[in-house]
Design a protein around this ligand. Sequence first.
Ligand code: ADP
Ligand code: MG
Length: 254
Amino acid sequence: MKPEIILTVEDVNKEFDGFKAITNLNFYLDRGELRVIIGPNGAGKSTFFDLLTGRTKPDTGRIVFGRSTDLTSLNEFEINRLGIGRKFQTPSVYVDHTVFENLLLSLKGPRGVFAALFHRTTAAQRSRIDELLGLIRLGPKRDLRAGQLAHGEKQWLEIGMLLAQDPQVLLVDEPAAGMTDEETHRTGELLISLSGKHSLIVVEHDMTFVKQIAQDRKVTVLHQGTLLCEGRFEEVQANPRVREVYLGRGKAHK
Ligand code: ADP
Ligand code: MG
């Protein structure tokens, strides 16, 4: 059976003051897929996320969630509420609250911050938080203030906070930036473990990391706002045009 497509991007163009940031872009993500996007600085990777999340609007083209939900007519908040979550490069956790509280505050639900922190938590909430703590491997640090966490741990906490919203699609921008090799590897394991249940797009520069998570998966290469090539990691890595614009610059290796 052909997998269901969860994101459809067709003929999308976006200019900023005459500068073409995205040109005639077509992109399809399957439900449950983990897709890695690579490309040199300025390739349009973050702009692509901005377009998917409603932060910026395309000049032309279609962006459709699921079968028929037109994302170009929705604002950032509405798109987020549909189940498309984004993790920015810099973690934004509540540094003065504990790891547990950060996750509690992020759980789906109508309650405000005050209610979340000052009312007793339900058994269902506690078990969901335990589950998230297990996934992001921060169980032993649940009562530490988030401000005390290492950089990598903060990134994992933020991924946990995104997951607390039960997103269908997760957009993750350069998660390995600033991480140690070991943290990077654990991040890869985490993202792989989320695929299937969630659909993920991961933008990354670190080729060791890309190799880890993209092995046997499809990789998309952007260059100057256009799709340079798409295919299995090994194919992309061997593509002369990719080598020329990206891998050849020595950037690809740590
Ligand atoms: P990447 O994430 O691949 O490094 P970006 O998507 O951040 O690339 O940027 C692509 C190009 O679009 C860059 O040249 C950048 O300067 C430009 N750009 C991105 N966002 C804006 C904006 N809001 N206004 C003007 N130019 C922008
Ligand atoms: Mg970027």
